[in-house]
Design a protein around this ligand. Structure first.
Ligand code: FAD
Ligand code: DHB
Length: 390
């Protein structure tokens, strides 16, 4: 097959890129290791920032999001004895939307299917070739064992943190930065109405807790747990007890309503950035180039921001103008490092450890963020998201 852009990975970055390219008249072929059902059912992020929603609206992908998603003005930030609401709309004029990544992924698949997008699911042995020439290609084997080669003008590596694209950037150029955190998250999905109108981020001596949601009948929670924890150690009773304690059940009359837990999983936390995000005709986007800890809800939004920059750059490139493609890595990395800092800051402010000096700094920082307009605005601006192209 010959196409304009070979896209590796059918996650949000890859599928949205194919949609944005098509809107500019650029053809692509998507190559994905897993099945369509698997990709559409992974439970992941839940918060869309302002510019993500604007972008989705501008390309006709926000109908179900606007009908079924929930617009939030801000978040609640709390520690024992205190809960404060930060109103992002008042502070910055920008809101966020609660809409599961699973739902966005389904919308992307539906839109691309309707448009006749070529997607090769269950591709094995995916390999990248001739990236430093003007005729790169991607090879893979389909489920019947037949080998394929997709020849393109450019390759977009949207294959997440375990795909082959990241490692295809030449060792002569590649540089990586990493921070591993000494805790993980236990993610919990429950069939129960949320006990809150907007998300609650809670600092607690037992560990951080987050009350999020997916709909009026489904709640999503996260608990800070040790890195060595397995989900088996967390019985449903233990989970509800920990959530009640950390989220402040009984405090000022607030109650946490328990319900049936339908899924639990342990998520490791790390920060990772690989530069540059381009080598020759290979361009990285999303988790293929960077990982953030989930505390600032940035991972999915960063993937969207990358492809919002990459799509016009690739459209120009295939038409012979390489200026935006040449600028892509540096431009994208400005936002990547901003989100990397913000995610690290939210993570280290909210997760508890053993150092009593750190604890006092965290509580002082939380109080400043929750009660000073300058402090609150800094959090709000980053959380609701900086404009694309920042
Ligand atoms: P992905 O969604 O990872 O998509 C990459 C795609 O490439 C996948 O479909 C994968 O199957 C495919 N692929 C991999 N290898 C190959 C190969 N060899 N060949 C072809 N295709 C390949 N962010 C938040 O903000 N909040 C959260 O709560 C949150 N929870 C998360 C939970 C988990 C378990 C994970 C993994 C991530 C979570 N994230 C969260 C991060 C967020 O989901 C990601 O940042 C987002 O999915 C990035 O999109 P992407 O398209 O770049 O990568
Ligand atoms: C969700 C995940 C996050 O990492 C976050 O900061 C807020 C919400 C969620 O999955 O709902």
């Amino acid at each position: 097959t010959t196409t304009d852009v070979a896209i590796i990975g059918a996650g949000p970055a890859g599928m949205l890129l194919s949609h944005l390219l098509a809107a500019q008249g650029v053809e692509s072929v998507v190559i994905e290791a897993r099945s369509q059902e698997y990709v559409a059912s992974r439970i992941r992020a839940g918060v869309l920032e302002h510019s993500t929603v604007e972008l989705l609206r501008s390309v006709g992908l926000a109908d179900r999001l606007e009908a079924e998603g929930d617009e939030h003005r801000g978040i609640h930030l709390q520690w024992p004895g205190e809960r404060h609401h930060l109103d992002f709309v008042d502070l910055t004029g920008r809101s966020v939307w609660i809409y599961g990544q699973t739902e966005l992924q389904k919308d992307l698949i539906a839109a691309r299917t309707a448009a006749g997008q070529q997607v090769h699911y269950e591709a094995a042995d995916v390999a990248l070739h001739d990236l430093r020439t003007e005729a790169p290609s991607v090879t893979f084997t389909d489920p019947s064992g037949e080998p394929h080669r997709v020849r393109a003008r450019a390759v977009a590596g949207c294959d997440g943190s375990f795909g082959p694209s990241r490692g295809a950037v030449g060792a002569d150029l590649r540089r990586t930065w990493e921070r591993v955190y000494p805790y993980s998250w236990l993610g919990v999905l429950a069939d129960v109405a949320p006990s809150t109108d907007e998300l609650i981020y809670a600092w607690h001596p037992d560990g951080f807790a987050l009350h999020s949601m997916r709909s009026s009948t489904v709640s999503r929670f996260y608990l800070q747990v040790p890195n060595s924890t397995s989900a088996d150690e967390w019985s449903h009773d233990r989970i509800w007890d920990a959530l009640a304690a950390r989220l402040g059940h009984g405090q000022d009359g607030w109650e946490l309503e328990p319900g049936t837990i339908t899924d639990t999983s342990v998520l490791p936390m790390r920060s990772y950035v690989q530069t540059p995000m381009r080598d020759g005709r290979l361009f990285l986007a999303g988790d293929a180039a960077h990982i953030v800890p989930p505390t600032g809800a940035k991972g999915l939004n960063l993937a969207v921001a990358d492809v919002a920059l990459l799509a016009p750059a690739l459209a120009d490139l295939v038409r012979g103008d390489s200026r935006q493609a040449d600028a892509y890595s540096d431009t994208a990395l400005r936002r990547v490092w901003r989100c990397t800092h913000f995610s690290w800051w939210m993570t280290t402010m909210l997760h508890t450890g053993t150092d009593p000096f750190d604890t006092q700094l965290q509580l002082s920082q939380l109080r400043w963020v929750a009660t000073s307009e300058a402090g609150a605005t800094g959090l709000a601006e980053n959380y609701a998201g900086l404009p694309i192209g920042f």
